[in-house]
Design a protein around this ligand. Structure first.
Ligand SMILES: Cc1cc2nc3c(=O)[nH]c(=O)nc-3n(C[C@H](O)[C@H](O)[C@H](O)COP(=O)(O)OP(=O)(O)OC[C@H]3O[C@@H](n4cnc5c(N)ncnc54)[C@H](O)[C@@H]3O)c2cc1C
Length: 383
């Protein structure tokens, strides 16, 4: 059975902001046996459309979903598991943890040192710019969430400062195709967890600077600078009510530009080797990220310039209900391609679980097949 504390597609219904669209194109948002058949294969779904897609899949697949059932604990009992839910206890020989990788916003402890006069929000509480007080906004984090919120808040007329740490720069389209088409076609997204040089790093990689809009616009740091967003370095600490920011923006930008260049080279080589050059546009290269002449190293949070801080510093899973000691000190599950250390315990939907695409909608099909194959053999072995 499938237990869900809320409704089907709960995270898409409850934990996203209003304007969000998928950053993966429609044709790519495929689930087993369910392919996009609408009129806009190159568009990006709104949250309502994603919810509809997942509801449709739940019905079509006949998955035995029980909604409104919260799992309060999972414990090892004998050679199986005791699952305590809001609706009673269940014994299970095997449990698949599919509770998501983004259950909570990951906010650094320095939030506690921010003066009380500054309002603080996370992407879970943020719905639209109208919710923010008038005045300056400091958005922290320049990955997919941060760049999208910085742009939206800037368009509302508020001055926006964006604190930029390590980031992944991507153009929306490359050689006439969506950049995620290239990730897909060239096999980059299919790179397997056991073939990656540094799996830990790959699993911690921030999300790419992408947004899904009808215009298929690129939303990199240059685009934000052109909109009037001020870029500052990583927020390191708060001292005497001031945010202290790292310097070295230029180095950070060069690194992201270099990685983008390498990725584009990989795409170009693939297109040439596979004889696909003729079906795509000519190779492109993008202007380097423009660094401000001098970026501020300090912002006085008591001066009234910044009225709110939006933490776009990532998300993390919540395993507070899992009473099996399989999480590491950082709260991440210890597993080998979804096979958790405790026999009969499995995981799905985590970053680079078995391949680079694992935590995207289009990544679940192949991962699930392989993980469930292991689970089936495990159950057969018990018999
Ligand atoms: C802001 C944001 C944007 C994203 N954009 C994209 C995108 O454009 N394209 C894409 O492919 N992917 C995107 N993703 C990734 C997306 O989260 C995954 O593709 C997908 O949602 C993973 O599905 P899941 O079922 O593994 O996890 P989730 O969607 O998180 O679902 C987990 C479910 O488990 C339930 N649950 C958790 N704990 C318990 C419990 N104790 N008891 C009972 N139920 C519980 C939750 O209510 C939830 O419904 C985005 C993620 C975020 C955060």
């Amino acid at each position: 059975m499938v237990l869900e504390r809320g409704e089907v597609a709960n995270s898409w219904r409850r934990e996203r902001w209003d304007s969000l669209r998928l950053l993966t194109p429609n044709w790519q948002s495929r689930l087993p046996g369910l392919r996009y058949d609408g009129l806009e294969p190159d568009g990006y779904m709104t949250m309502g459309e994603v919810t509809e897609l997942i509801e449709r899949f739940a019905k079509a697949s006949g998955a035995p979903v029980r909604t409104g059932v919260n799992v309060a604990s999972v414990r090892n009992v004998g050679d199986g598991y005791l699952v305590t839910t809001s609706h009673g206890e269940i014994s299970a020989q095997a449990v698949v943890i599919a509770s998501g990788a983004c259950n909570q916003p990951a906010v650094p402890p320095l939030r506690e040192a921010v003066p009380a006069s500054v309002e603080q929000l996370t992407p879970f509480g943020y719905r639209d710019p109208a919710q923010l007080p008038d005045g300056g906004v400091l958005v922290v984090g320049a990955s997919a969430t941060g760049v999208q919120l910085a742009a939206e808040i800037r368009r509302s007329g508020r001055p926006v400062t964006l604190s930029v740490g390590e980031h992944v720069r991507l153009p929306r389209t490359y050689r006439g195709r969506d950049v995620l088409w290239w990730m897909d076609a060239s096999g980059v997204w299919d790179q397997r967890y056991d073939e990656l040089e540094d799996l830990t790093r790959a699993r911690r990689l921030p999300s790419p600077q992408l947004v899904g809009t009808p215009e298929r616009a690129t939303l990199d740091l240059n685009a934000l600078t052109s909109m009037g967003v001020e870029l500052v370095g990583r927020w390191a600490m708060v001292r005497d009510g001031s945010a202290l920011l790292s310097g070295g923006l230029r180095n950070m930008f060069s690194l992201a530009d270099l990685k983008l260049e390498r990725l584009l080279n990989t795409f170009d080589e693939w297109a040439q080797t596979e004889g696909r050059d003729a079906e795509v546009g000519p190779a492109e290269r993008f202007a380097p990220t423009r660094a401000p002449d001098s970026s501020r190293l300090q912002i006085d949070l008591r001066s009234g310039e910044i009225r709110s801080v939006v933490w776009a510093t990532g998300f993390r899973p919540d395993y507070g209900w899992l009473d099996v000691p399989v999480a590491d000190a950082k709260g991440q599950l210890r597993h080998e391609g979804g096979v958790v250390e405790s026999p009969g315990l499995y995981a799905l939907g985590l970053p680079v679980l078995r391949r680079r695409r694992s935590s995207f909608i289009c990544g679940i099909e192949d991962d699930a097949r392989e993980v469930i194959d292991h689970l089936t053999r495990y159950l057969a072995g018990r018999r």
